[in-house]
Design a protein around this ligand. Structure first.
Ligand code: DGL
Length: 272
């Protein structure tokens, strides 16, 4: 029964858990398989070609080994690098986080002055600028900015402290000067740093993440394609990491909650 197959969600590490949380909260009966590619994070500084290869490899693993019925690319860098190719090659429906994130920012911005922060890969790809142009005919003022270093804080389990504050002040200075009214967290790791980011940009700036909007898109697509589970049950959750599974469980539980107590290992074969 395809309806009873799980939803697959992946990211380079912990970031996609922000999206998994929103999907699970909205669709508690659905089974979910989450894959964090922690052995190969961060994706942000890598070339888009390399990230595309990783995204293809993870997608075929989730489709072939876990029979997922729908894939959520819960990583902006991977979505920027590979969403088009994945849509063509993978035989299940796919949702990325870039369009839902841009839509969420458009919906809340009052002045149309929108900052977008993300990894070097995401920002340099221009994927957000294209998404905003496609989604809105209004004259938006966009301020895209790469924030190298933020992802590593989350992966180290640090979401506060002086070092993070100093980095945030340095990186976000152009956003503060631009006086944006909305700041899109264009990397799924960043919601875990929201308090540190808000402290620098100020409480007048609305912080937007793609998580909720992506979950709504998943629910809509499942309904449209008649793929939603028909069972009234508590969905099963499976968490898989390509890196250190005890670290993934330790930090993952802090970020996601007690459901992440157990993590399965998946090792990529070394390239020949
Ligand atoms: N969560 C990924 C994203 O949304 C982080 C990428 C990274 O590993 O650098 O872009």
């Amino acid at each position: 029964m395809p309806n009873e197959q799980p939803i697959g969600i992946f990211d380079s590490g912990f970031g996609g858990l922000t999206v998994a949380r929103a999907v699970i909260d909205l669709l508690p009966c659905e089974d979910v398989v989450y894959f964090g590619d922690t052995a190969r994070y961060p994706y942000g500084p890598r070339s888009l070609d390399e990230v595309r290869d990783f995204a293809m490899q993870i997608s075929s693993y989730l489709v072939n080994q876990h029979s997922v019925k729908l894939l959520v690319v819960a990583c902006n860098t991977a979505a920027a690098a590979a969403l088009d190719d994945l849509t063509e090659t993978v035989n299940v429906p796919i949702i990325g986080v870039i369009y839902p994130g841009a839509q969420a920012a458009i919906d809340v911005s009052e002045k149309g002055k929108i900052g977008v922060i993300g990894t070097v890969g995401t920002i340099n790809s221009g994927a957000y600028v294209r998404a905003f142009q496609e989604l809105s005919s209004d004259q938006l003022e966009l301020f895209p900015l790469a924030c190298p270093g933020f992802v590593e804080f989350v992966e180290r389990g640090e979401s506060s402290g002086e070092k993070l504050h100093v980095l945030a002040e340095r990186l976000l200075a152009p956003i503060v000067s631009a006086e944006v009214d909305t700041l899109l967290l264009g990397c799924t790791h960043y919601p875990y740093l929201a308090r540190a980011i808000a402290k620098v940009v100020g409480s007048d700036v609305v912080l937007v993440s793609s998580a909720d909007e992506t979950a709504f898109a998943v629910a809509k697509l499942l309904k449209e394609m008649d793929l939603a589970t028909e069972e009234e049950k508590n969905g099963k959750r499976v968490f898989i990491s390509s890196g250190d599974v005890s670290w993934f469980a330790e930090v993952g539980q802090r970020l996601f909650g007690p459901e992440l107590a157990s993590v399965q290992a998946h090792e990529w074969n070394p390239s020949p």
